[in-house]
Design a protein. Structure first.
Length: 368
Protein backbone atom coordinates (compact mmCIF):
# COMPACT_ATOMS: atom_id res chain seq x y z
CA UNK A 1 0.00 0.00 0.00
CA UNK A 2 2.82 2.39 0.92
CA UNK A 3 4.58 1.54 -2.33
CA UNK A 4 1.39 2.31 -4.30
CA UNK A 5 1.04 5.69 -2.59
CA UNK A 6 4.66 6.48 -3.37
CA UNK A 7 4.20 5.66 -7.07
CA UNK A 8 1.04 7.79 -7.26
CA UNK A 9 2.84 10.70 -5.59
CA UNK A 10 5.74 10.46 -8.06
CA UNK A 11 3.34 10.33 -11.02
CA UNK A 12 1.47 13.42 -9.83
CA UNK A 13 4.77 15.22 -9.36
CA UNK A 14 5.82 14.41 -12.93
CA UNK A 15 2.51 15.65 -14.33
CA UNK A 16 2.72 18.91 -12.38
CA UNK A 17 6.33 19.45 -13.44
CA UNK A 18 5.51 18.86 -17.10
CA UNK A 19 2.52 21.20 -16.96
CA UNK A 20 4.53 24.04 -15.44
CA UNK A 21 7.32 23.58 -18.01
CA UNK A 22 4.84 24.10 -20.80
CA UNK A 23 3.40 27.30 -19.29
CA UNK A 24 6.35 29.46 -20.28
CA UNK A 25 6.01 33.17 -19.66
CA UNK A 26 8.08 35.58 -21.74
CA UNK A 27 8.14 39.28 -22.37
CA UNK A 28 6.80 42.27 -20.44
CA UNK A 29 3.34 42.14 -18.83
CA UNK A 30 0.38 43.64 -20.67
CA UNK A 31 0.29 47.41 -20.23
CA UNK A 32 4.06 47.84 -19.89
CA UNK A 33 5.39 50.91 -21.69
CA UNK A 34 7.81 50.21 -24.55
CA UNK A 35 11.47 50.94 -23.87
CA UNK A 36 14.30 51.08 -26.43
CA UNK A 37 15.20 47.90 -28.34
CA UNK A 38 18.45 48.43 -30.21
CA UNK A 39 19.12 46.47 -33.38
CA UNK A 40 21.48 46.38 -36.34
CA UNK A 41 21.01 45.67 -40.05
CA UNK A 42 23.71 43.07 -40.69
CA UNK A 43 23.87 43.57 -44.46
CA UNK A 44 24.25 40.82 -47.03
CA UNK A 45 22.49 40.10 -50.35
CA UNK A 46 19.00 40.87 -49.01
CA UNK A 47 19.61 43.35 -46.21
CA UNK A 48 16.62 45.67 -46.45
CA UNK A 49 16.35 49.40 -45.61
CA UNK A 50 18.43 49.23 -42.41
CA UNK A 51 21.60 47.84 -43.99
CA UNK A 52 24.59 48.77 -41.82
CA UNK A 53 22.48 50.94 -39.50
CA UNK A 54 21.79 50.81 -35.79
CA UNK A 55 18.23 51.68 -34.81
CA UNK A 56 15.74 51.59 -31.97
CA UNK A 57 12.92 49.42 -33.32
CA UNK A 58 10.59 50.45 -30.48
CA UNK A 59 10.98 54.06 -31.63
CA UNK A 60 10.33 52.99 -35.24
CA UNK A 61 6.99 51.48 -34.17
CA UNK A 62 6.19 54.54 -32.05
CA UNK A 63 2.57 54.88 -30.98
CA UNK A 64 1.18 52.69 -33.75
CA UNK A 65 0.35 48.98 -33.80
CA UNK A 66 3.33 46.67 -34.18
CA UNK A 67 5.15 43.48 -33.26
CA UNK A 68 8.57 42.46 -32.01
CA UNK A 69 9.52 38.86 -32.73
CA UNK A 70 12.62 37.74 -30.85
CA UNK A 71 14.32 34.64 -32.31
CA UNK A 72 16.11 32.68 -29.60
CA UNK A 73 17.32 30.02 -32.01
CA UNK A 74 17.17 29.68 -35.81
CA UNK A 75 15.71 26.31 -36.81
CA UNK A 76 13.58 25.12 -39.72
CA UNK A 77 10.56 24.95 -37.41
CA UNK A 78 10.42 28.71 -36.89
CA UNK A 79 10.28 29.57 -40.60
CA UNK A 80 6.45 29.39 -40.98
CA UNK A 81 6.03 31.92 -38.15
CA UNK A 82 8.81 34.22 -39.38
CA UNK A 83 7.44 34.16 -42.93
CA UNK A 84 3.87 34.40 -41.65
CA UNK A 85 4.63 37.56 -39.68
CA UNK A 86 6.42 39.07 -42.68
CA UNK A 87 3.40 38.42 -44.96
CA UNK A 88 0.94 39.63 -42.33
CA UNK A 89 2.95 42.79 -41.62
CA UNK A 90 3.07 43.63 -45.31
CA UNK A 91 -0.68 43.11 -45.63
CA UNK A 92 -1.56 45.26 -42.61
CA UNK A 93 1.01 47.97 -43.31
CA UNK A 94 -1.88 49.87 -44.85
CA UNK A 95 -3.25 50.07 -41.29
CA UNK A 96 0.10 51.47 -40.06
CA UNK A 97 1.23 48.12 -38.63
CA UNK A 98 5.00 47.61 -38.33
CA UNK A 99 6.95 44.53 -37.30
CA UNK A 100 10.57 43.69 -36.58
CA UNK A 101 12.13 40.25 -36.25
CA UNK A 102 15.32 40.22 -34.17
CA UNK A 103 17.92 37.48 -33.76
CA UNK A 104 19.30 37.10 -30.24
CA UNK A 105 22.92 35.96 -30.02
CA UNK A 106 25.89 35.30 -27.77
CA UNK A 107 28.54 35.96 -30.47
CA UNK A 108 27.89 39.05 -32.61
CA UNK A 109 30.42 38.20 -35.31
CA UNK A 110 29.05 34.69 -35.84
CA UNK A 111 25.46 35.96 -35.65
CA UNK A 112 26.06 38.60 -38.34
CA UNK A 113 27.46 35.96 -40.69
CA UNK A 114 24.51 33.64 -40.01
CA UNK A 115 22.00 36.45 -40.45
CA UNK A 116 23.38 37.44 -43.87
CA UNK A 117 22.90 33.87 -45.07
CA UNK A 118 19.42 33.53 -43.55
CA UNK A 119 18.15 36.82 -45.01
CA UNK A 120 19.62 35.94 -48.38
CA UNK A 121 17.73 32.67 -48.32
CA UNK A 122 14.38 33.84 -46.92
CA UNK A 123 14.15 37.10 -48.92
CA UNK A 124 11.69 38.64 -46.47
CA UNK A 125 10.16 42.03 -47.18
CA UNK A 126 11.30 43.03 -43.70
CA UNK A 127 14.63 41.20 -43.28
CA UNK A 128 15.64 39.93 -39.88
CA UNK A 129 17.73 42.30 -37.73
CA UNK A 130 20.44 41.61 -35.17
CA UNK A 131 19.59 42.41 -31.56
CA UNK A 132 22.34 44.43 -29.87
CA UNK A 133 21.46 43.10 -26.41
CA UNK A 134 23.13 39.68 -26.59
CA UNK A 135 21.50 36.30 -26.06
CA UNK A 136 19.17 37.58 -23.32
CA UNK A 137 17.68 40.47 -25.28
CA UNK A 138 16.84 43.83 -23.67
CA UNK A 139 17.20 43.35 -19.91
CA UNK A 140 13.84 44.79 -18.87
CA UNK A 141 11.91 42.74 -21.48
CA UNK A 142 12.28 39.51 -19.43
CA UNK A 143 12.58 37.22 -22.44
CA UNK A 144 12.53 33.54 -21.52
CA UNK A 145 15.32 31.52 -23.15
CA UNK A 146 13.17 28.38 -22.89
CA UNK A 147 11.02 29.84 -25.64
CA UNK A 148 11.95 29.26 -29.27
CA UNK A 149 10.33 32.57 -30.24
CA UNK A 150 9.09 35.46 -28.10
CA UNK A 151 6.35 37.50 -29.77
CA UNK A 152 5.40 40.88 -28.30
CA UNK A 153 2.46 42.77 -29.79
CA UNK A 154 2.20 46.48 -29.01
CA UNK A 155 -0.06 49.48 -29.56
CA UNK A 156 -0.12 53.06 -28.30
CA UNK A 157 3.41 52.57 -26.99
CA UNK A 158 2.43 49.71 -24.65
CA UNK A 159 2.50 45.92 -24.65
CA UNK A 160 -0.87 44.33 -25.44
CA UNK A 161 0.18 40.69 -25.75
CA UNK A 162 3.30 38.60 -24.99
CA UNK A 163 3.46 35.07 -26.39
CA UNK A 164 6.05 32.34 -25.85
CA UNK A 165 6.27 29.93 -28.79
CA UNK A 166 8.07 26.71 -27.96
CA UNK A 167 6.93 23.72 -30.01
CA UNK A 168 6.33 25.94 -33.04
CA UNK A 169 3.82 24.64 -35.58
CA UNK A 170 1.66 25.79 -38.47
CA UNK A 171 -1.20 26.76 -36.13
CA UNK A 172 1.02 29.44 -34.59
CA UNK A 173 1.55 30.99 -38.03
CA UNK A 174 -2.20 30.90 -38.62
CA UNK A 175 -2.94 32.89 -35.44
CA UNK A 176 -0.75 35.83 -36.44
CA UNK A 177 -3.25 37.43 -38.80
CA UNK A 178 -6.00 37.15 -36.17
CA UNK A 179 -3.85 38.77 -33.48
CA UNK A 180 -2.70 41.58 -35.76
CA UNK A 181 -6.24 42.35 -36.92
CA UNK A 182 -7.27 42.66 -33.26
CA UNK A 183 -4.77 45.53 -33.05
CA UNK A 184 -5.44 47.26 -36.33
CA UNK A 185 -9.05 46.46 -37.10
CA UNK A 186 -10.02 44.82 -40.42
CA UNK A 187 -8.83 46.10 -43.77
CA UNK A 188 -11.81 47.82 -45.44
CA UNK A 189 -13.39 46.01 -48.38
CA UNK A 190 -14.91 49.21 -49.74
CA UNK A 191 -12.63 50.47 -52.59
CA UNK A 192 -13.15 54.12 -51.64
CA UNK A 193 -12.14 53.49 -48.02
CA UNK A 194 -9.16 51.44 -49.16
CA UNK A 195 -8.06 54.20 -51.50
CA UNK A 196 -8.34 56.68 -48.66
CA UNK A 197 -6.03 54.59 -46.49
CA UNK A 198 -3.45 54.34 -49.27
CA UNK A 199 -3.62 58.08 -49.94
CA UNK A 200 -3.18 58.90 -46.25
CA UNK A 201 0.07 56.90 -46.17
CA UNK A 202 1.63 58.56 -49.21
CA UNK A 203 4.70 60.70 -48.42
CA UNK A 204 4.11 64.43 -48.49
CA UNK A 205 7.44 65.53 -49.96
CA UNK A 206 8.28 64.97 -53.61
CA UNK A 207 11.57 63.13 -53.05
CA UNK A 208 10.06 60.54 -50.69
CA UNK A 209 7.11 60.05 -53.03
CA UNK A 210 9.51 59.52 -55.92
CA UNK A 211 11.49 56.96 -53.90
CA UNK A 212 8.27 55.09 -53.02
CA UNK A 213 7.27 54.98 -56.68
CA UNK A 214 10.71 53.68 -57.66
CA UNK A 215 10.68 51.01 -54.96
CA UNK A 216 7.23 49.83 -55.96
CA UNK A 217 8.21 49.89 -59.63
CA UNK A 218 11.13 47.57 -58.86
CA UNK A 219 8.83 45.25 -56.87
CA UNK A 220 6.37 45.12 -59.78
CA UNK A 221 9.16 44.25 -62.21
CA UNK A 222 10.38 41.49 -59.87
CA UNK A 223 6.84 40.10 -59.74
CA UNK A 224 6.59 40.22 -63.53
CA UNK A 225 9.91 38.36 -63.77
CA UNK A 226 8.62 35.66 -61.41
CA UNK A 227 5.41 35.35 -63.39
CA UNK A 228 7.40 35.09 -66.62
CA UNK A 229 9.48 32.26 -65.19
CA UNK A 230 6.32 30.41 -64.22
CA UNK A 231 4.84 31.06 -67.66
CA UNK A 232 7.99 29.84 -69.41
CA UNK A 233 8.02 26.71 -67.32
CA UNK A 234 4.41 25.81 -68.08
CA UNK A 235 3.11 27.37 -71.28
CA UNK A 236 6.49 27.13 -73.00
CA UNK A 237 6.71 23.35 -72.65
CA UNK A 238 5.55 21.03 -75.38
CA UNK A 239 2.56 18.86 -74.42
CA UNK A 240 4.65 15.66 -74.51
CA UNK A 241 7.24 17.28 -72.22
CA UNK A 242 4.56 18.27 -69.73
CA UNK A 243 3.08 14.77 -69.82
CA UNK A 244 6.52 13.22 -69.32
CA UNK A 245 7.24 15.51 -66.37
CA UNK A 246 3.99 14.46 -64.73
CA UNK A 247 4.79 10.79 -65.36
CA UNK A 248 8.29 11.23 -63.93
CA UNK A 249 7.26 12.14 -60.38
CA UNK A 250 8.62 10.04 -57.46
CA UNK A 251 5.17 8.49 -57.00
CA UNK A 252 5.00 7.53 -60.66
CA UNK A 253 8.51 6.07 -60.62
CA UNK A 254 7.65 4.00 -57.55
CA UNK A 255 4.59 2.62 -59.33
CA UNK A 256 6.49 1.34 -62.37
CA UNK A 257 6.97 -2.43 -62.81
CA UNK A 258 9.99 -3.67 -60.92
CA UNK A 259 10.32 -0.56 -58.77
CA UNK A 260 11.42 -1.27 -55.15
CA UNK A 261 8.46 -1.62 -52.81
CA UNK A 262 5.88 -1.77 -55.60
CA UNK A 263 2.93 -4.01 -54.81
CA UNK A 264 2.48 -6.62 -57.56
CA UNK A 265 -1.08 -7.67 -58.25
CA UNK A 266 -1.85 -11.38 -58.40
CA UNK A 267 -3.02 -12.83 -61.74
CA UNK A 268 -6.56 -13.10 -60.38
CA UNK A 269 -6.81 -9.32 -59.73
CA UNK A 270 -4.85 -8.03 -62.70
CA UNK A 271 -7.02 -6.61 -65.46
CA UNK A 272 -6.41 -7.44 -69.09
CA UNK A 273 -4.55 -4.65 -70.93
CA UNK A 274 -6.70 -2.51 -73.18
CA UNK A 275 -6.15 -2.17 -76.88
CA UNK A 276 -4.73 1.30 -76.27
CA UNK A 277 -2.29 0.24 -73.56
CA UNK A 278 0.64 1.73 -75.44
CA UNK A 279 -1.01 5.15 -75.77
CA UNK A 280 0.22 7.79 -73.30
CA UNK A 281 -2.43 9.18 -70.95
CA UNK A 282 -4.20 12.29 -72.22
CA UNK A 283 -2.44 15.55 -71.46
CA UNK A 284 -4.30 17.80 -69.05
CA UNK A 285 -4.95 21.17 -70.67
CA UNK A 286 -3.55 24.21 -68.90
CA UNK A 287 -6.33 26.53 -67.70
CA UNK A 288 -6.43 29.87 -65.93
CA UNK A 289 -3.61 32.33 -65.46
CA UNK A 290 -1.52 33.87 -62.65
CA UNK A 291 -3.10 36.83 -60.85
CA UNK A 292 -1.96 40.34 -61.73
CA UNK A 293 -2.67 41.57 -58.20
CA UNK A 294 0.66 41.40 -56.27
CA UNK A 295 -1.01 40.37 -53.01
CA UNK A 296 -2.96 37.51 -54.60
CA UNK A 297 0.18 36.44 -56.43
CA UNK A 298 2.16 36.33 -53.20
CA UNK A 299 -0.59 34.38 -51.43
CA UNK A 300 -0.82 31.92 -54.34
CA UNK A 301 2.92 31.20 -54.25
CA UNK A 302 2.59 30.30 -50.58
CA UNK A 303 -0.71 28.42 -50.98
CA UNK A 304 0.63 25.97 -53.61
CA UNK A 305 3.48 24.64 -51.45
CA UNK A 306 2.91 20.94 -50.95
CA UNK A 307 4.78 20.92 -47.62
CA UNK A 308 2.24 23.11 -45.77
CA UNK A 309 0.18 21.66 -42.94
CA UNK A 310 -3.61 21.95 -43.12
CA UNK A 311 -3.76 24.76 -40.54
CA UNK A 312 -1.39 26.97 -42.49
CA UNK A 313 -3.23 26.20 -45.74
CA UNK A 314 -6.48 27.28 -44.04
CA UNK A 315 -4.91 30.55 -42.86
CA UNK A 316 -3.56 31.42 -46.31
CA UNK A 317 -6.88 30.48 -47.95
CA UNK A 318 -8.72 32.79 -45.54
CA UNK A 319 -6.47 35.66 -46.64
CA UNK A 320 -7.11 34.78 -50.30
CA UNK A 321 -10.88 34.83 -49.71
CA UNK A 322 -10.63 38.17 -47.94
CA UNK A 323 -8.56 39.69 -50.75
CA UNK A 324 -10.81 38.22 -53.45
CA UNK A 325 -13.83 39.72 -51.69
CA UNK A 326 -12.60 43.30 -52.18
CA UNK A 327 -14.11 43.53 -55.66
CA UNK A 328 -15.28 41.44 -58.63
CA UNK A 329 -12.02 41.89 -60.55
CA UNK A 330 -9.99 40.36 -57.74
CA UNK A 331 -12.53 37.55 -57.40
CA UNK A 332 -12.11 36.80 -61.11
CA UNK A 333 -8.33 36.77 -60.71
CA UNK A 334 -8.67 34.31 -57.81
CA UNK A 335 -10.89 32.05 -59.95
CA UNK A 336 -8.33 32.07 -62.76
CA UNK A 337 -5.38 31.39 -60.45
CA UNK A 338 -7.13 28.40 -58.88
CA UNK A 339 -7.88 27.05 -62.35
CA UNK A 340 -4.17 27.33 -63.12
CA UNK A 341 -3.21 25.63 -59.86
CA UNK A 342 -5.59 22.72 -60.46
CA UNK A 343 -4.26 22.26 -63.99
CA UNK A 344 -1.08 20.90 -62.39
CA UNK A 345 -2.29 18.90 -59.42
CA UNK A 346 0.87 16.81 -59.18
CA UNK A 347 2.96 19.95 -58.89
CA UNK A 348 0.96 22.59 -57.02
CA UNK A 349 -0.75 22.38 -53.65
CA UNK A 350 -1.41 19.72 -51.03
CA UNK A 351 -4.55 17.58 -51.25
CA UNK A 352 -6.21 19.89 -48.72
CA UNK A 353 -5.24 23.00 -50.71
CA UNK A 354 -6.66 21.46 -53.87
CA UNK A 355 -9.94 20.69 -52.08
CA UNK A 356 -10.21 24.32 -50.93
CA UNK A 357 -9.46 25.56 -54.46
CA UNK A 358 -12.16 23.29 -55.88
CA UNK A 359 -14.63 24.57 -53.29
CA UNK A 360 -13.83 28.18 -54.20
CA UNK A 361 -14.42 27.50 -57.90
CA UNK A 362 -17.67 25.70 -57.15
CA UNK A 363 -18.87 28.52 -54.88
CA UNK A 364 -18.22 31.11 -57.54
CA UNK A 365 -19.85 29.33 -60.43
CA UNK A 366 -16.93 27.44 -61.91
CA UNK A 367 -15.93 23.90 -60.95
CA UNK A 368 -13.43 21.47 -62.41
Amino acid sequence: MNRLLTLVTIAIGVIVTQGSAQDIVTGPPVGTALTPVMAYGAGGPHSGPFDGRELDVAAEIGEGPGALLFVHEITRNILPVVRGLDITANRYAIKSFKSFTLLLHADRSAAESRLKAVNGSLKLRNPMLLSLNGAEGPGNYALNRKATLSLILVNHGKVVRSVALTDVNQEDAGKLSEWVEELTGPIPSNPAELRGLVEARLPKDTESLRKLALDQGVEIQELYAQLQRVHNRTAGMQPNQMAQERRDTPRARAARPGAPGRRVESPETTQEPSANAGTPPPVQVRQGKPPEDPELNSLLRSFIRKTHEAAQVDAIFADIEKRAGVNDDLKTEAVEMFKLMLSFRDRYGSDHAQELAEGFLKAHGTSR
